[in-house]
Design a protein around this ligand. Structure first.
Ligand code: OGA
Ligand code: MN
Length: 299
């Protein structure tokens, strides 16, 4: 038996871990208590986690005192990982980890300091957007720094049926560059993109309403951060429709607001949710590590 097969069967046959999944008193989300993602997770436990992720869309794994290697290995069980275009903010030795942080060392940013300041779904600007992302708390501010999650299945279901019919066949363009220069003007530490980076983020066209490939549920799939226009509509009509959809999609009745606790690992479904960084006061330090799982072409 090779070492990797031995390791795989040791994982599959590992004893179950006693853990609980507790729904939040919120429109979406649940916490997972008692599981250690750094220990082997057998197939039965993994199936429970996978099911809970599809049911609740965002899972908060509490108290994960695990290494970047454990974070990467756990993430990989859900699919291959993306390498973020901002390679400047990769964790040394772990290119699959993007550092999300407002910390500066010797005047240089150690991570992406303004990740998620507009509502978005990660990597929606690529032909194959992300399945989900896992964000692991490393250093938290004493105030601020919350992350909000909006359920886009609920947003779709709550739309007026006439509007549902109107938008069902539509497609929209998503672009990483849409807000990049605006953000760079506000946050001059944001790196100037090289031509190679720009080439990596050519805009993509996505359905305005997507079907979740595992559950079959429909979800709205447009965002303030990346969606630039509805394909085939005059600009003014496109702007008006997008503004209406953006406002609708993040109503409080679709939102869970996450206040971070030390060692939280938060795993959300980018096919079901949008998310937003609520913001951290400049003088307080915040650092998290993110892995991003590759997903399928939306339909
Ligand atoms: C992200 C992101 C939000 C936050 O890392 O993808 O949007 O609160 N982060 O840091
Ligand atoms: Mn994000």
């Amino acid at each position: 038996m090779t070492a990797s097969i031995a390791l795989e069967s040791a994982t599959r046959d590992a004893p179950s871990q006693p853990f609980e999944i507790r729904r939040f008193d919120a429109p979406v989300g649940a916490e997972v208590v008692g599981l250690d993602i750094g220990r082997p997770i057998n197939d039965t436990d993994f199936a429970r986690i996978h099911r809970a992720h599809l049911d609740h869309h965002v899972l908060v794994f509490r108290d994960q005192r695990v290494s970047p290697a454990d974070h990467v290995a756990f993430s990989r069980r859900f699919g291959p990982l993306e390498i973020h275009v901002l390679h400047q903010f990769q964790l040394k030795g772990h290119p699959e980890i993007l550092i999300v942080s407002n910390i500066k060392e010797n005047g240089e940013p150690i991570g992406l300091g303004d990740a998620g300041v507009y509502w978005h779904s990660d990597i929606s600007y690529k032909e194959k957007p992300s399945l989900g992302s896992l964000l692991h708390a490393q250093e938290l501010p004493s105030e601020g720094g919350d992350t909000l999650f909006a359920d886009q299945h609920l947003a779709w279901e709550a739309l007026d049926p006439a509007l549902q019919q109107r938008i069902l066949p539509l497609k929209a363009e998503h672009s990483y560059l849409a807000k990049y220069e605006e953000l760079r003007a506000k946050n001059p530490w944001r790196p100037k993109l090289s031509q190679a980076q720009i080439d990596q983020v050519a805009p993509a066209v996505q359905p305005v309403v997507r079907t979740h490939p595992e559950t079959g549920r429909k979800a709205l799939f447009v965002s303030e951060h990346f969606t630039t226009r509805i394909v085939g509509l005059p600009q003014d009509e496109s702007d008006a429709l997008l503004a209406e959809l953006f406002a609708h999609s993040v109503k409080p009745e679709f939102v869970y607001r996450h206040t971070w606790a030390p060692h939280d690992l938060v795993f959300w479904d980018n096919r079901s949710l949008m998310h937003l960084a609520a913001g951290t006061p400049d003088h307080l330090r915040r650092k998290l590590y993110r892995t991003t799982i590759q997903g399928d072409t939306p339909f």
